[in-house]
Design a protein around this ligand. Structure first.
Ligand code: AMP
Ligand code: ZN
Length: 468
């Protein structure tokens, strides 16, 4: 069985072959942390978590990176508005973001590099571009010389002429050409800044991903993901920056999720229709939100509505009830789960699970994979009503269910597992904070854990936790 992925770069479905067998390097552009996660942002978060889960379920070791943009214009404005520092804004929203991830049943990334912690690497990258003639400085700003990258526009399918025509912004006299983009911005008086060969300033947006990928994953990654709005200019610029230096593709496969709209309206923060995940998850379980997101193919537009969530809730209930009943029945039976399941069950389960995998491997066709899950629900309900069924049948049913649900994570059991991972992550972060004598962060994490209903216990064997 081979996974087929629709590669935005080649505009076709291709067999997925990681560069190193069994190892996948994956990077998904993360948020600028100046506000709470809205339901649109939750789409790539859930989609790429599902992709990662599936590749892991196939036995791959996935190194999954997603960054935090913790300094930029929006961050600076937010800090002014709240009268706190940019670092405080970042801390506040990264923390909230991570709670949202856990509340969506999303596994923590292998690593979340931050701009402010990767500054040396970013500056080094820009310097190399400048030294090789791909970047130029003007008045403390540094720009990328777009015309020097012959393939500029290849991802979004535009050529430089078309791009020039499309640029309607006011002429910026600091740029040699209007399609050049900024790599480094000189700091305005009073703004947060870092020292660089071009004076005090901070990075432009696109450069961080190129620098982080190179530093933490290497020259070419296997999968690069994000929402479709990132194709141009962001991902195009990432390719340009990296590929002129390495001569190699930045990523073998490019995946982009389509947008989530509110009703039939395009979602945007300025329209005020940016529904927040923290509010939605106070009313709906992770499994329900995930079901809603995954019941459409990731490359199709998706309309958000209250009714859609309520209907997702009902569907998940049917799945959870069937799974719960099978489990209950298995616990009640005293004949043990030894012995073989009936041939009929074995064959039907093989067909259902086989179909599930075939759908998932066809560019992650989750709506059809969910249909396979409902075939399982029907079989489970039939078997529950069958007086001749025995424990081995239920054990086989449960095993098949777990195989599918570990990928989609629609049930509370799957949530619970992720919640535990988030707790472990917070405890490790707290230990690190204490080691660095960062008592305020340590207290903050204790409060966060407390809010999650977790009690910490210091034991001679180390820190333990339990639910209140
Ligand atoms: P932003 O915070 O706008 O930079 O977005 C972070 C991630 O969410 C990016 O991958 C965006 O493409 C994605 N995104 C933002 N809005 C939506 C939306 N309405 N639907 C789907 N993805 C979105
Ligand atoms: Zn990026």
């Amino acid at each position: 069985m081979a996974v087929q992925i629709y590669n935005t770069m080649t505009r076709s479905k291709e067999e997925f072959i990681p560069q190193e067998p069994g190892k996948v390097k994956m990077y998904v552009c993360g948020p600028t942390v100046y506000g709470y996660m809205h339901i649109g942002n939750a789409r790539p978060v859930i989609v790429f978590d599902m992709v990662r889960n599936y590749l892991e379920a196939l036995g791959n070791e996935v190194r999954y990176l997603t960054n935090f943009t913790d300094v930029d214009d929006k961050m600076i404005r937010k800090a002014e508005e709240l009268n706190i520092t940019v670092a405080e804004v970042a801390e506040m929203f990264i923390s909230a973001y991570q709670e949202d991830l856990a509340g969506l049943g999303v596994k923590p990334a292998t690593m979340n590099p931050r701009v402010t912690e990767s500054m040396d690497k970013i500056i080094e990258f820009i310097k190399e571009l400048e030294d090789k003639g791909y970047a130029y400085e003007n008045g403390g700003d540094v720009y990328y010389r777009t015309g020097k990258f012959a393939n500029y526009g290849k991802l979004s399918g535009q050529n430089l002429e078309e791009l020039r025509f499309g640029i309607r912004v006011e002429v910026d006299s600091r740029k040699e050409n209007q399609e050049d983009f900024v790599l480094w911005k000189a700091a305005k008086p009073g703004e947060v800044h870092w020292s660089s060969p071009w004076g005090e300033g901070r990075p432009g947006w696109h450069i961080e991903c190129s620098a982080m990928v190179r530093e933490y994953l290497g020259t070419t990654i296997d999968i690069h993901g994000g929402g479709e709005d990132l194709k141009f200019p962001h991902h195009e610029c990432e390719c340009a920056q990296t590929e002129v230096l390495t001569g190699e593709p930045l990523s073998k496969y490019w995946m982009h999720n389509a947008f989530l709209n509110i009703g039939d309206e395009k979602m945007s923060k300025s329209l005020g229709n940016g529904l927040l995940v923290k509010d939605i998850r106070a009313r709906f379980k992770a499994g329900t939100i995930r079901y809603f997101m995954l019941s459409s193919h990731y490359r199709n537009q998706l309309n958000f509505s209250e009714e859609a969530l309520l209907s997702a809730e009902k569907s998940v209930e049917r799945i959870t009830t069937a799974a719960g009943n099978v489990k209950h029945r298995l616990e009640l039976d005293t004949d043990g789960a030894e012995g073989a399941a009936s041939t009929q069950i074995v064959e039907r389960l093989a067909a259902i699970v086989g179909n599930f995998h075939a759908r998932m491997q066809d560019d992650f066709n989750t709506p059809d994979a969910i249909t396979a899950l409902f075939d399982w629900v029907s079989l489970a309900n039939l078997t529950l009503a069958d007086n001749d069924a025995h424990s081995a049948d239920f054990a086989a049913l449960l095993k098949a269910f777990a195989e599918m649900d570990s990928v989609l994570r629609l049930t509370p059991e799957a949530d619970e597992e992720v919640a535990s991972e988030e707790v472990e992550r917070l405890i490790a972060e707290r230990a690190e904070a204490r080691k660095n004598k960062n008592w305020s962060r340590s207290d903050e994490i204790r409060d966060e854990l407390n809010a999650l209903g977790i009690l910490l216990e210091d034991t001679p064997q180390g820190m333990r936790w339990r639910r209140k």
